[in-house]
Design a protein around this ligand. Sequence first.
Ligand code: ASP
Length: 636
Amino acid sequence: MTDSPPIDRALQAPGATASVATPYRTHTCGQLRATDAGASARLAGWVHRRRDHGHLVFLDLRDRYGITQVVVNEDEAPRAHKVASRTRSEFVVTAEGTVAARLPGTENDRLATGAIELRTTDLQILSESKTPPFYINEPDAPIDESLRLKYRYLDLRREPMQQRLLLRGRLVQAIREVHHAHAFVEVETPDLIKSTPEGARDFIVPSRLQPGSVYALPQSPQQLKQLLMVAGMDRYFQIARCFRDEDLRGDRQPEFTQLDLEMSFVDEAAVMAFVEQMAIEVSAAAVPDRPLQAAPFPRFTYAEAMERFGTDKPDVRFGMELIDLGPALERSGGSAASGFRVFDDALAAGGRVMAVVAPRMADATRSRIDELVDQARRFGAKGLAHVAVNSSGTPSSPIAKFLGEESIGAIVSVSGAEAGDLVLMVADTPPIALDVLGHLRTELATRLQLADPNVLAYCWVHRFPMYQWDAELGRWDATHNPFSGVLPEDEPLLATLSGDSMRPSPDDPAGRARAMQYDLVLNGWELGGGSVRIHRRDLLEQSFALQGHSLEAMQEKFGALMRAFEYGAPPHGGIAIGIDRWAALLAHQDNIREVMAFPKTQSGSDLMLEAPSPPDPGQWAELGLRFVGASGERNR
Ligand code: ASP
């Protein structure tokens, strides 16, 4: 059994100065120190562990703030001793006594209160507990997750979960403080609204007062926050709950929390500058011991991020950037030919030959290389070629006979591979070559442990393409949200488009327009994204039209916003940052369920509350609804 790690009270109650004293307790279980010896105190909490030595019973008493050892001596307190003998793990008790320094040699430096114990004169059981379904006092014991979710209130008593929820609390507290200091107003927007599309399905809530009509739960407060800018709130933020009815892949949850903010009279640079400063201050407050990799945060245009890292959410804690071998191969092979058909064909067809250098992997076994090739194929490549540079600096490759010495030499020198390194190469269309190597880069870095797990490497990716061509529907789609504005210098690219007369085609210059859109990335995860918005109605109409929406459809969906834009909308922009994801990364977790108090399962169930559940038959009628089951059977 492991003892709980020492608990830092300052972190447990950030900024709290008030006493927690009540008739049940004078101090918390994390508060008493050697300097309190001789004082009398009353504590309340859960029995974390109980050791019965006959006439001496030791209770480790636990609350959110820590653990204190309580000693009950049969000779000194016979009644309390009787009560102590009845206690079991997780009973809730209150104990009064005298604080005493522990005997030399019996101190526990793993506990913040480890220098003292409470010699009890009075002990009372406040409530009893059944034997819990899992150990609460063993932080590292593996527990089946569905059991944890069913008894989440017990799971949350466990030290690791306490620490994570407290960290999340500090994160949100710091977010609020920084925003208030920068003149932001916290405004709550409603949860019963009309659809704000963020690309997912809405959760809908039938209206009782208006039978046949529904509300949508917000996928985000996007339209409302823009309306708050029209309303003159200038700077808004909210810790907003968002709902998206998606198939739950990976770590998605049907409801999640965003830091949602919007600012007036800003350009891209102003929003990014505030958010960056906020992220720096919030990180320092929430996880003071985790260093930032760099501040100011590196900024990459979307095109640059794709070119250098093969992804729009690069992990910049390590290098291993992608290398373009095309020009060097063309030179070394002469007349646009490296000598290797796969490479030459790709280049001739306008494709790319790109590489990534895996450090210290030159002596990878045949099966390890095969594994990498399989991986590359799963990511979409046709194959994966390699050149190994041995410890004395000599390159070798299964394709050396095709490439020839000169091309191999060019690959080694352009890629910068050193003795002991392995150069991995993909020849394909540009998006596939970049994407495959981007994936391999992160895979290899994980395996080779290239990233410092403690460092926080924030970066920005911005200037995304405004539109992507949807070949199936024959129209352009906004890559982010349809309200995003185009970079001022790219606005002329939209000039050819005008309202209804427009016929979108994949060759439209508009396809090259870049959005004033930015994503904040942390250690290879997208934390959030936002944009400077279109604030003029005519431009908004133009943007929607480009995406094939009729004026009527726009009015139906975004009527409020479009009307509001007729009454003086300030230039504005904002961002939303996933709090669950942020908290997970700060807590070294890769699953957001680990930083949510009451998350749902992959199938969207709350195992503790047993939701969702069928409504009462009366509720159907009241809502004017009839249920047609999978079998087509109707409810009453
Ligand atoms: N509403 C957007 C989202 O949820 C964020 C933003 O553009 O502010 O992704």
